[in-house]
Design a protein around this ligand. Structure first.
Ligand code: UTP
Ligand code: MN
Length: 590
């Protein structure tokens, strides 16, 4: 029996996965997901989940993953099609008759798919030493060449001849997207002396090709034209491989190029996909949002990449919500993900992913960085722009939070900075009012100072070696060093008298007023801890944060930073992270 076009989608849309799976696995509902014991491997605690809105099941234990049709096919040993028929029958869903014309269309499509497989085999067999060397020199491993089935299209009409010999008709050959036809009636190959990347649909069937010129020939890339199998706005390069990884971390990485996807997959970022020589469309976004909640957009660091990112922002604003989000990675100028990984390694890219920029911050940066807001007029224009961005957001809760964020950012970075030069010179009461605006590092430094103040008797020389980045707090700390050097019996009471009469009375007053905030937050209700060990832990945490900030700064500098060796930073960060983790085992700090 033939199934009509779109029938699989219809099944996925009408029958819930949990209903199908629930008949064979006992499921418990938790939030938006169901979970239970995995039917595909032996386990005692449930790592098998079913998500109705994403329309799939997934096992975190053995990696089993698929839609409701796959579930039946895997558990009952049916083919995918037979499983679909079974589900339709069990659920009283009528399978419309396939018309004779549809039937012919199907057969034709199957023939073209078959042709594309044969063509790809041909390309893979023509991968010569020169091309292998080129790929190797670009850092692509043999196994990756195999995984992506990369090949080479030689010049000449050998492929065409072979296809005719195998009995393919001219309409089939033309519909493959590999050939064009001149007015004279002559058929010619579109891909000539090019490295071939097969593009697959979500069933891992080849539907098109991308071909890269070897060397500097133009155009650099050619893509198959749209055909009955290939709709550019729907298919993304790498999606067939990435699909099962999306839900694992619940995000996708969207990049520009074939080579970016390949380099990322090779480096272990299996969530990477690329739109194909067209700009990103809402249908790409919807496809990705169908499988995960966050899309991390990582376009090239050039002007075109920036323009494309802005277009994406305009497009998605009406559809973002507190659940479905888009975030951004800003790469250094003239650098794409492939370049970054080849030059700096996978860790560097991982760092960008960890420090990805939320949509709100991305908009702020686009509008604020590098511009001047001296004049009231330019400030007004900026606020108007933010207002317009926010008005586009349909999700009410998200819109309200975006408005608050932009207001705060304008207030902190433009208005308040103008009045008094930032938080350092602001009056105490203003500082207290705006405590929530401390950066992570500022907050930690205030917390360390509060700790030093209230537990002065536990302070030893080692912890005083710390150097604080806030000049005022560094001064405060040095004052404590002085106090300790001149007092055999350090106590909070005598220290407070000392401080009240010093030029650090302001800091002292702030720390006293905000004692609960600073200390409660660092202790997380662990009062019975070893104070000395805890102080060492705090200092180490501070050092780690400084390292990380400096590392991110380096990464954000443009091209020049690529020349800087970042690996020593990563090593130090890893070393300190391990030490910190060991220290924290003493008192279970999160
Ligand atoms: P880029 O010019 O950034 O190329 O185009 P790339 O991906 O970095 O390729 P390498 O590293 O030089 O090999 C990004 C993407 O835009 C599309 C392709 O999909 C390409 O991967 N593109 C680019 C075209 O379709 N045609 C072109 O002529 C160039
Ligand atoms: Mn590139």
């Amino acid at each position: 029996m033939k199934l009509p076009f779109g029938f699989y989608d219809k099944l996925r849309d009408t029958v819930r996965v949990s209903e199908i799976v629930g008949k064979r696995v006992s499921l418990t509902k938790k939030g938006g997901e169901h979970s239970g014991l995995c039917p595909f491997h032996n386990e005692k605690t449930p790592s098998f989940t079913v998500n109705d809105s994403k329309k799939f099941y997934h096992c975190f234990g053995c990696g089993a993953h698929g839609d409701l049709i796959r579930f039946i096919s895997e558990t009952q040993g049916f083919s995918y099609k037979d499983a679909a028929i079974q589900i339709a029958q069990d659920n009283g869903i009528e399978i419309p008759k396939v018309t004779a014309e549809e039937e012919r269309k199907y057969e034709f499509a199957d023939r073209v798919k078959h042709l594309l497989e044969i063509a790809n085999e041909f390309f893979v067999n023509h991968l010569n030493v020169q091309i292998k060397n080129y790929l190797e020199q670009r850092g692509i491993k043999q196994t990756t060449i195999k995984d992506f089935a990369i090949g080479y299209a030689p010049s000449g009409n050998e492929l065409e001849k072979m296809l005719y010999e195998k009995g393919f008709s001219e309409p089939e050959i033309l519909q493959s997207g590999l050939f064009g036809k001149r007015d004279s009636g002559r058929v010619y190959p579109i891909f000539n002396s090019r490295i071939m990347f097969p593009i697959k649909n979500s069933f891992s069937k080849i539907v098109a090709f991308g071909g890269r010129a070897v060397g500097e020939a133009m155009p650099k890339y050619i893509n198959s034209p749209e055909t009955m199998l290939f709709k550019k706005s729907e298919i993304m390069f790498g999606a067939n491989l990435a699909n099962k990884y999306f839900h694992k971390d619940n995000y996708a990485i969207l990049v520009e190029g074939y080579m970016d996807v390949i380099a990322l997959h090779q480096a272990g970022f299996h969530h990477a996909v690329a739109s194909l020589g067209t700009s990103v469309t809402q249908s790409h976004i919807d496809k990705l949002w169908g499988s995960c909640d966050e899309i991390v957009v990582c376009l090239d660091g050039d002007e075109a990449g920036k323009r494309a990112a802005n277009k994406i922002i305009q497009m998605i604003l009406p559809n973002v919500s507190s659940v479905k989000s888009v975030s951004f990675i800003e790469l250094p100028l003239s650098c794409d993900p492939d370049d970054l990984i080849q030059k700096e390694g996978a860790d560097a890219f991982a760092y960008y992913v960890d420090n990805r920029i939320a949509l709100s911050e991305k908009i702020w940066r686009n509008e604020y960085v590098g511009k001047n807001f001296e004049k009231a007029e330019s400030r007004a224009a900026l606020e108007r722009k933010f207002h317009l961005y926010c008005s586009e957001i349909v999700d009410k809760g998200l819109q309200a939070n975006f408005r608050r964020y932009f207001n705060d950012m304008v207030w902190n970075n433009i208005i308040r900075r103008k009045k008094g030069g930032g938080i350092h010179n602001a009056s105490l009461s203003e500082e207290v009012r705006s405590f929530a605006k401390y950066s992570e590092i500022e907050f930690l430094e205030y917390a360390i100072c509060a700790f030093l103040l209230y537990f002065i008797e536990f302070v030893d020389e080692e912890s005083l070696e710390i150097s604080l980045s806030e000049p005022k707090l560094e001064g405060f700390k040095l004052h404590l060093v002085d106090y300790l050097n001149n007092n055999d019996n350090p106590k909070f009471e005598s220290l407070s008298v000392n401080l009240k009469n010093s030029r650090f009375s302001g800091v002292f007053e702030l720390l006293s007023k905000q004692k609960n905030l600073f200390l409660r937050d660092i202790f997380v209700n662990k009062l019975e801890i070893d104070k000395k060990a805890f102080l060492h832990w705090l200092c180490k945490k501070h050092y780690l944060l400084i390292l990380k900030n400096e590392y991110v700064e380096l990464l954000r500098l443009d091209k020049a930073s690529l020349e800087v060796r970042l690996s020593s930073y990563l090593q130090e960060i890893n070393r300190v992270s391990v030490e910190l983790k060991k220290l924290s085992e003493n008192f279970l700090v999160r």
